[in-house]
Ligand binder design. Sequence first.
Ligand SMILES: C[S@@+](CC[C@H](N)C(=O)[O-])C[C@H]1O[C@@H](n2cnc3c(N)ncnc32)[C@H](O)[C@@H]1O
Length: 292
Amino acid sequence: MSGDSVHIPILSEEILELLGVSAGKTIVDGTFGGGGHSARFLEAVGEAGKVIGIDRDPEAVARGEQKFGSRLTLVCESYIELPLILQQLEIPSVDGILLDLGLSSDQLADHNRGFSYLATGPLDLRFNPEEGRPASWYLQHMDERKLADLIYQFGEERFSRVIARKICERRRTAPIKTAEELSELVQRCVPRSRGHAIHPATRTFQALRIAVNDEMGTLQKALEHLPDCLKPGGRIAIMSFHSLEDRLVKHAFRNDPRLDVITKKPIQPGEEEVHRNSRSRSAKLRVAERTH
Ligand SMILES: C[S@@+](CC[C@H](N)C(=O)[O-])C[C@H]1O[C@@H](n2cnc3c(N)ncnc32)[C@H](O)[C@@H]1O
């Protein structure tokens, strides 16, 4: 694990403003990652305020502890455990919650985790490598139809059936153990499109990561329970990176009687930010306020 994070926080100014982060407030960073947003929260809440950082990834938490020390309360857990975490900290409710979904650049850069299709290490894809099973296990044991459905549903991959078939053919002779092996197999199934298209394996990797970490189920539960952790007038901000998540957030905010939607349309990074940080290009931020 390297000491410093390489992750660049996205839409920081907009998040500070829309969450109304100011002196004395209590803010939860539910997806701490490299701590970029937490650092800004700490500055803004000052000595009188409090920032609680949560991440499922033990490496992200260890790195954060080294960097921030006791200025920040850091917890290695899933953000769905927020009600319990607040109970243990004896904090009845908070002023703001941020969820910046998906994976961090630190995870992508770590070739032992398998998040990048260029990684030569094991195909793991778990945010917390101590929980659940690695992606390579799913590829070896999942039924072909379920695998195809998963790649189609979570990756919106048109070639999901042929990819699943090739995975099942291949595993009869040799299991797929590394990200590089999966990436090569997918490239042989998906025609490369012209122009600035994404890498052919991107959608399959996204689908597997979402399934391995139960990302949609976790977000769904968070949307049900996290608004109860807010004070009246407190706000929740959720930044998503693909249409499935954004749709879930949009509908949940709109249909929740506890919440008023603050962002009628999602906030997206401007040209300058996308130029500076290409990973920000698909970010969509939605914010809602607890009414009572
Ligand atoms: C996009 S990064 C966050 C980056 C962070 N905002 C920053 O500026 O450095 C997403 C982080 O969320 C974490 N994560 C994903 N699902 C989670 C969950 N259910 N609970 C807590 N953390 C989660 C990942 O491990 C990853 O570190």
